[in-house]
Design a protein around this ligand. Structure first.
Ligand SMILES: Nc1nc2c(c(=O)[nH]1)N[C@H]1C(S)=C(S)[C@@H](COP(=O)(O)O)O[C@H]1N2
Ligand SMILES: [Mo]
Length: 178
């Protein structure tokens, strides 16, 4: 939580009341477990990566709290994975004009339909971006059925729950206009 009081976080998060009622499914979750990550959209090479292939990229290991809207720190674990920017560089975001990347968003989608967005500049040009990992191990073990096998986390967010994408399925690069 990096020394920031939860009361403060609630005061700056206008959507916190809406988030209060968000729940990830807990029943029949077998159908949501992802074993492959698809990187698609405005990239030169679509990538379809199994966990074993994720291990070939530069690895990142971080101690991360998964903090939820109610302030409860539900998990504090050592996650292993690959920075999202590494994978996007491997896929090669394609551009025609100098300013194209500035209007690109990166949409992460889970098998249950959960979605979160990042901007290209957020990922490649802020400290938050350095904390965005595609993860596949927690405390040295594969991710359990409630999370994976592949997930995404934005470890430098104030609350890490919202952009903790369980059952990560797809990363799509979208340019908003041409
Ligand atoms: N795939 C998926 N990931 C998800 C969600 C979800 O509904 N689906 N909910 C998010 C939210 S809002 C939070 S707070 C955290 C923790 O959710 P949990 O309380 O269901 O474990 O997971 C996040 N990741
Ligand atoms: Mo949440």
């Amino acid at each position: 939580m990096r020394n920031i009081g939860l009361a403060f976080i609630y005061s700056i998060l206008p959507l916190s009341s809406a988030m209060t009622f968000a729940h990830a499914p807990t029943e029949n979750i077998q159908q949501y477990i992802s074993t492959q990550l698809n990187i698609v959209g405005q990239v030169k090479h679509d990538l379809h990566l199994e966990v074993s292939q994720l291990e070939h990229y530069p690895q990142s290991i971080q101690n991360i709290h998964i903090s939820k809207k109610n302030g409860e720190i539900s998990e504090n674990a050592r996650y292993k994975g690959v920075r999202l920017t590494e994978l996007l560089n491997a896929a090669q975001v394609t551009t025609t004009h100098h300013n194209d990347v500035k209007k690109m968003i990166i949409v992460a989608t889970a098998k249950d339909g959960y979605q979160v967005v990042f901007s290209w500049n957020e990922l490649f040009n802020t400290a938050i971006g350095e904390g965005v990992l595609v993860i596949y191990q927690k405390d040295g073990q594969i991710l359990d059925d409630r999370t994976g096998r592949i997930a995404l986390i934005s470890s430098r967010d104030h609350l890490t729950g919202p952009r903790f994408v369980k059952w990560l399925d797809e990363i799509r690069v979208v340019q908003l206009s041409y």
